[in-house]
Ligand binder design. Structure first.
Ligand SMILES: Cc1ncc(COP(=O)(O)O)c(C=O)c1O
Length: 288
């Protein structure tokens, strides 16, 4: 999807972000540019952070909604603004939606890019591809099962790419993943467990720090009382709990590392283990 023969092609990524976006940009011969997603801006993509000279070289933007790590979700207005920018500069929107099925209100799932495009009358999904995965909805990252959907011309090229670069899936994994995609009961149960884990985690941690409930996803993204790396080390060393330092998930851009002094806590264990881990995080915070 990147024409590396163009002058200095650009791929735009939110910052912090899932690190593969940056590696993929380099592999495609593009230069990554970052938009910092910040708490004071409700973690939204502030397009104004990049000048016209960068947008005019942009060939693709990654967006991630629900977001890893901030848990923010794009609204119809956010999608409208992004599509308008794509129309203006001609770049592809690659929408990573692998957390689309981890949300808290059964009646209010996150709005995906395809749905938003449809609502906005964007017939044929111009310059849009959506990526999704079984990994989070069914807790099976090992199966390596996912899909890409969107604009037909882009997908034609993607299919060619997939033919040479994708690996074939063995029949047992195919059968298991087909069963997981075909069943919703376990996904609903998974959401119920996440809601339960978030409610105990937020209640416990709110005693010691400010905790923001994400719009969706299975992460808490919280400010640390000392530096994110120091906090992560202490937590691991003294309390045997592993979290990810926010600065590792972000790059220095516009004079700051927007992940600095945040940690990402993934609530992926059982509810009992989760409560135990939150109690330990709480004890660690109390000592600081
Ligand atoms: C934002 C984001 N995108 C993509 C992936 C990759 O998922 P998969 O297991 O389908 O490769 C992850 C996994 O952690 C992720 O957090």
């Amino acid at each position: 999807m990147i024409d590396s023969s163009a002058t200095q092609p650009v791929v735009v990524c939110p910052n912090p972000f899932y690190q593969i976006y940056e590696g993929a940009a380099f592999l495609a011969g593009a230069e990554p540019h970052f938009i910092n997603t910040l708490p004071e801006n409700h973690f939204k993509l502030d397009h104004g952070q990049l000048p016209d000279t960068v947008w005019s070289r942009t060939q693709l933007i990654y967006v991630c909604s629900p977001n890893n790590p901030t848990g923010s979700v794009m609204t119809l207005d956010d999608w409208r603004a992004l599509f308008a920018l794509s129309d203006r500069y001609g770049f592809v929107v690659a929408s990573d939606e692998c957390y689309s099925e981890i949300y808290f209100d059964e009646k209010n799932p996150p709005l995906g890019a395809l749905d938003a495009a449809q609502q906005l009358g964007r017939t044929g999904f111009p310059r849009l591809v959506v990526l999704n995965s079984l990994s989070k909805r069914s807790n099976v990252p090992g199966l390596r099962s996912g899909f890409v959907a969107g604009n037909a011309q882009l997908l034609e090229k993607f299919l060619l790419y997939r033919t040479y670069h994708g690996s074939a899936m063995n029949p047992a994994a195919q059968a298991a993943s087909a069963a997981a995609w075909g069943d919703e009961a376990h996904v609903i149960e998974n959401r119920r467990l996440y809601a339960q884990k978030f409610s105990s985690a937020v209640a416990l941690l709110s005693d010691v720090t400010t905790v923001r409930m994400p719009d969706a996803s299975f992460y808490l993204w919280i400010k640390t009382p000392v530096s994110d790396t120091e906090f992560t080390k202490r937590l691991y060393q003294d309390y045997n709990v592993t979290v990810l330092p926010g600065s590792f998930l972000a790059r220095d851009a516009h004079g700051v590392n927007p992940g600095k002094d945040f940690v990402r806590i993934a609530l992926v264990t059982s509810p009992e283990e989760c409560i135990e881990a939150m109690n330990r995080i709480k004890r660690c915070m109390e000592t600081l």
